[in-house]
Ligand binder design. Structure first.
Ligand SMILES: Nc1nc2c(ncn2[C@@H]2O[C@H](COP(=O)(O)OP(=O)(O)OP(=O)(O)O)[C@@H](O)[C@H]2O)c(=O)[nH]1
Ligand SMILES: [Mg+2]
Length: 337
């Protein structure tokens, strides 16, 4: 999974990137400090790994990881190449989830491209740049679709287009039937799930609090999530955990575990995933030689404290190819290679 950080210049994107991925990229007090994207990795927080560790005592623990991409600042007109050009678009396209960084710290020594602090306006600028790009993508597609042959496709495209024209992000569009399928290959930007992150120094300032309230309201109507944090004055890794967990939720992801004396490892899968599909996350060859999966649900493992005891209690399930995996399942795959 890939998570992209976007926002106006000088909002704290690279500061956040360094914090979340334990990196040390340039984060300086001038707009467009980041030009080429920075890539880093971060571990998905999961307390269950440590509960399993207490029972198994393995040599190592390997949590799932998320790739983080720190993307160049976007400004008004970026969609048509203003600022650093529109290379940033391809960097957003390759991500599965967006972290939209909004500046709420006032620090006059850090310049603001719009000249003042106004998170509502700033959020709209970024949203609009992405919307304008999506408009262009859909308009181009409409030109190329043979209208008569593909009536339902054209209808969908036109309907999404007028939704965009009303200033809304496609992620809030009320999709019906096959509509999502018709636009899937367009790799639209505003359809991606988003987490809004507000970077502030002061939580006691009345003006800032009013902005936060207003933002919360807007974000709620969009069905998205807003997280308030302080990247300089009051850093807390709890907030990072919260953000990563929310990103997981937004993408409907879950985990399963493989355990041995050597290692406990967490693997990421979609929430509706069969044993067969889960096996290929470990190794594509597993799918070829798949025989079955032996599954212990997480709570049973914690209750019985060992595979043998869980087995005696009848808590090992033999799962065929099409059995669905549950979040937290401990799995041994049996395969023939
Ligand atoms: N006062 C204050 N300064 C901050 C905060 N977060 C970041 N900064 C400062 O703002 C400046 C810009 O931060 P960056 O993280 O480089 O911002 P960016 O969004 O990556 O900027 P671009 O790469 O130019 O788009 C740096 O000098 C940071 O130290 C904050 O919460 N409070
Ligand atoms: Mg930067």
């Amino acid at each position: 999974m890939k998570c992209g950080i976007i926002g106006l210049p000088n909002t704290g994107k690279s500061t956040f990137f360094n914090f979340i991925s334990n990196s040390n990229v340039l984060s300086e007090n001038f707009p467009f400090c980041t030009i080429e994207p920075n890539y880093g990795m971060t571990r998905v927080p999961d307390q269950r790994l440590y509960e399993l560790e207490k029972i198994i005592n393995p040599i190592k623990i390997i949590p799932s990881e998320i790739k983080i991409v720190d993307i160049a600042g976007i400004i008004k007109g970026s969609h048509k190449g203003d600022g650093l050009g529109n290379k940033f678009l391809s960097h957003i396209r390759e991500t599965n989830v967006i972290i939209h960084m909004i500046r709420l710290f006032q620090d006059v020594s850090v310049s603001h491209v719009e000249g003042s602090i106004n998170p509502i306006r700033d959020k709209e600028i970024i949203d609009m740049e992405l919307q304008l790009k999506d408009l262009e993508t859909i308009e181009n597609r409409l030109k190329n679709v043979k209208t008569k042959k593909n009536k339902s496709i054209t209808n969908t495209l036109e309907s999404v287009l007028s939704f965009l024209r009303s200033g809304k992000n496609i992620r809030t569009y009320p999709f019906v039937k096959d509509e999502k399928k018709y636009i899937k290959d367009l790799q639209l930007l505003t359809i991606k799930p988003v987490l809004y992150v507000c970077n502030t120094d002061e939580v006691t300032n009345e003006k800032i609090n009013t902005y936060i309230k207003e933002l919360k309201k807007i974000v709620k109507t969009e069905g998205s999530i807003l997280i308030i944090l302080s990247l300089i004055k009051n850093r807390s890794s709890d907030k990072i955990d919260q953000i990563l967990k929310k990103a997981y939720q937004l993408l409907n992801l879950q985990s399963f575990f493989t355990v041995s004396k050597k290692e406990i490892r967490s693997w990421t899968i979609p929430s509706l995933c069969t044993a067969y599909e889960a096996s290929s996350v470990i190794h594509t060859d597993f799918k070829k030689g798949f025989i079955r999966a032996e599954i212990i649900h997480y709570n049973d493992f914690i209750k019985y404290k060992s595979e043998e005891k869980a087995k005696k209690a009848g808590k090992i399930f033999l799962a065929g190819k099409n059995s669905l995996i549950q979040d937290g399942d401990i799995i041994h795959f049996r395969f023939n290679l």
